[in-house]
Design a protein around this ligand. Structure first.
Ligand SMILES: [Zn+2]
Length: 218
């Protein structure tokens, strides 16, 4: 497994952690799996306590994966958690989606950005709504309720229009002078899973041990 994301509770105050934990680690085996017909790596969640983590000796360097596909091995990078308010895009009820679609076309003509690009981020994120590029495939839990969108690992950070200011302006970040849609080397996760979309992780907090599933959208 390779580490994909690590979030501390202090960095994402709005994210509820299981009692006794304060760090969420997301890992995956950097290979394509066909689990649930998703054809992507399968994310694994580890909810841990920093006190317990630090009680063990830490490795100087992560062990390199034995077998891997480059596209699913993130390069070392950091996140800059930035709060935002999102609205659903393709998850809207059909009638509303139609009305919003008409309005969105006008919006795009006048200000150059559609509702769908403006109101749902395409970057890696916690919470909010999946930035579906394909038909929504929101999972239901085995207990019968719709699962919650926990987080997205974006296919490419360059898809979205919202980059934290630290990313956009920091010299050497690779993003400073980039126009939307340009693909160059940058200091994001560096994985190129597809043009847009990504791996979406959903979970159910009503079931014991908070089961999770993923969807791969590209
Ligand atoms: Zn459940």
């Amino acid at each position: 497994m390779v580490p994909v994301l690590q979030l501390f509770r202090r960095d994402v105050p709005a994210l509820a952690f299981p009692p006794g934990t304060d760090v969420l680690q997301v890992l995956w085996r950097p290979l394509v799996h066909s689990e649930h017909d998703q054809w992507s790596p399968v994310p694994v969640l580890r909810w841990r306590s920093t006190v317990e983590v630090l009680a063990e000796p830490l490795l100087e360097q992560a062990t390199p994966p034995y077998e891997f596909d480059d596209d699913y091995v993130p390069q070392p990078c950091v996140v800059h958690p930035t709060g935002t308010v999102e609205y659903p895009n393709w998850d809207l009820p059909a009638e509303l989606l139609e009305r919003v679609g008409e309005w969105s076309a006008e919006l795009e003509e006048t200000v150059g950005i559609s509702y769908f690009d403006a109101f749902t981020t395409q970057q890696s994120k916690v919470g909010g709504y999946p930035g579906w590029t394909q038909k929504p495939d929101w999972p239901d839990c085995a207990c019968g309720i719709p699962m919650e969108h926990l987080l997205t690992i974006s296919a490419s950070e360059s898809c979205g229009r919202r980059l934290p200011v630290e990313e956009r302006t920091r010299p050497g970040s690779g993003w400073e002078v980039r126009a939307h849609g340009e693909h160059e080397e940058d200091d994001s996760h560096g994985m190129a899973m597809s043009d847009c979309g990504g791996v979406y992780v959903f979970l159910c907090r009503s079931c014991p041990r908070w089961p999770s599933v993923h969807r791969y959208d590209c």
